[in-house]
Design a protein. Sequence first.
Lengths: 348, 348
Amino acid sequence: MEQQLSGRQNTILKLVVQEYVRTGRAVGSKALTERYQLGVSSATVRNEMGELEYRDYLHHPYTSAGRVPTDHGYRYYVEYLLGDPYLPVSEQMMIRRQFRQVEMQIESWIKLAAAVLADACGNVSLVTPPRSRVERLRHFELISLREQVALLILVTQSGAVHESILHLTEPVEQSTLSALSRQLNTEVRDFRHTQIARAADAAAGLPALVLRQIAEALQSREQQSQSEIHHEGLDRALQQPEFSRGAGAQHLLELLRGGAILSALLPQLELMEDVQIFIGSENRSADLHGFGVVIASYGASDEITGYVGVLGPTRMPYGRSISMVRYLAQVLSDLLRGVYQAGPEAVR
Amino acid sequence: MEQQLSGRQNTILKLVVQEYVRTGRAVGSKALTERYQLGVSSATVRNEMGELEYRDYLHHPYTSAGRVPTDHGYRYYVEYLLGDPYLPVSEQMMIRRQFRQVEMQIESWIKLAAAVLADACGNVSLVTPPRSRVERLRHFELISLREQVALLILVTQSGAVHESILHLTEPVEQSTLSALSRQLNTEVRDFRHTQIARAADAAAGLPALVLRQIAEALQSREQQSQSEIHHEGLDRALQQPEFSRGAGAQHLLELLRGGAILSALLPQLELMEDVQIFIGSENRSADLHGFGVVIASYGASDEITGYVGVLGPTRMPYGRSISMVRYLAQVLSDLLRGVYQAGPEAVR
DNA sequence: GATTAGCACTCACGGGGCAAGAGTGCTAAT
DNA sequence: ATTAGCACTCTTGCCCCGTGAGTGCTAATC
């Protein structure tokens, strides 16, 4: 699709989209000429609108109401009429400041990003924690809780921490556990769950028990990375007229429950630099038709990535969402790179 | 308040509550006599209802509609008409089985409990993780992520795991970090954050940095324990007629956002064995008027406790909620005791 | 004295009708 | 190519009113 409309058509389409996004009601030719100085009469606008409708940029809800953008119209708007929406520097500063004030902890960053994003866009924000497709063991620790129960804590190469409870077949001292973990740590370091499972099969007794649980934890970690998602701003989103009535609200809630949205979204996402936008029926999953998604991946490297995005009705503020999502992805990436990747000062 | 109604009044009040909870619509004398074999005419029921209304057990929404229980009426119902609602053994088995299938991990237990509870009661379930009012350090670990960045993982006496990122002032080897943690661990074991902060002041350089961050983490842990809450079942709850229209839904969502509900709820909770019930205006916080809360504390000891409960409109199934909450509190306590507390086999 | 049948009355609820308002499409004039 | 004018359409909000469920009261009955 190229930019294929006349200057005046561009202006009108742009105004229709903006007005409709703002008010939520179909916008008519008269209202448009009254509110903005277009220099032409409503009849002319009407003719142009007719053309835009014929070309599937606009749509008539019913015979005589105003116009509403089609998915195609939104797409054209996003592509050609939006310009490059970068976030004003003042807002960038505000956001950076908030991140500086929060604890040095990935979870806190995610929560903050979700809160900021939802607040700025008035819709549901989505943030997944940065995860690696392949998890390798970096280090684990065994801490005795009581005679036959120990806490297993493991850290993966990607820096994720996982804890689980280990039931022992017989009482074991903390010193024994420490010695065991010191020894095993050197043996299975950097292993994937499959390799550790194999090592467990080769071992017996306590070491086998421990290794098996580590393998399980690593595996569940890899699987879970496809289903964990944090969202915020449901309250704001449910105020949107699209969701205030029963059916729409229900649809949104189902999408958000248990990470159902991730399985709908993931197949269509590509790992790329910039923000990705899906408008209504552009979404592969039918569950997402009627929704707009603005999403970007972030991360410290190709290995460790997460997503940050906004989910709203098709009628959502794409410009603002894009600039916010883009900037937050950048902030999160910067923070992560500060943690995981050799930065400039480490290059030397 | 004693049981102060006649047998027939008891029967009628009970039926009104049950019918109203079921249908959500005010229940009239005629409908009651038609649906149930009361052995008396609707006029008699009407007279009794009038008496119940005079005594503030029932309420007239408007001049001529059916009756609706007052908060006082619900209270009487819960206190005297409910019997002892224990969960059928078959359901107990079902629930236990689900807990056996899930990972050995406190977070998984909490999520499962919330899901089961919300599903069974058709309302929002609330579960807080088990936390200790006072957190002492049990063990910490330093893991080098890159030259000047390390991951700090600490485990508290109550078994909570906390991770945060530590920025170093100069490059430090993993071996150095390991040695440092081995040494410091013995020094500050079982300390509270205040004591560790003091130790940090006495130290200098890297040890001081590490200790300070540990103190911070412990402190934030103690504070956070008052605000962390997991909830489930929003979708079901929002289908309730009380919440389907704008105002009610908004109110519920605000309550649930950012753990606002905990600050409303905590002041009125007591640490006791059994389920606590708050009906409408019985709630201390005005934000909770119009809501019903059924909640219990669970835990391995007096030190380590969390809450599990149900939040719904005043018109909620108290019987079912009570039995579910009571049983889930028991299950969670059992699981926790299995982890933390010396069990019977350790007594000898 | 408690219960019930009967009756007049009340009030929410839902559907039909109606006027207002916003918008369209077409035509003819500019 | 643009615009003024006009007839027409269709939603929206409102009022009105019939319906039905329910009440309170009274008088008759057990």
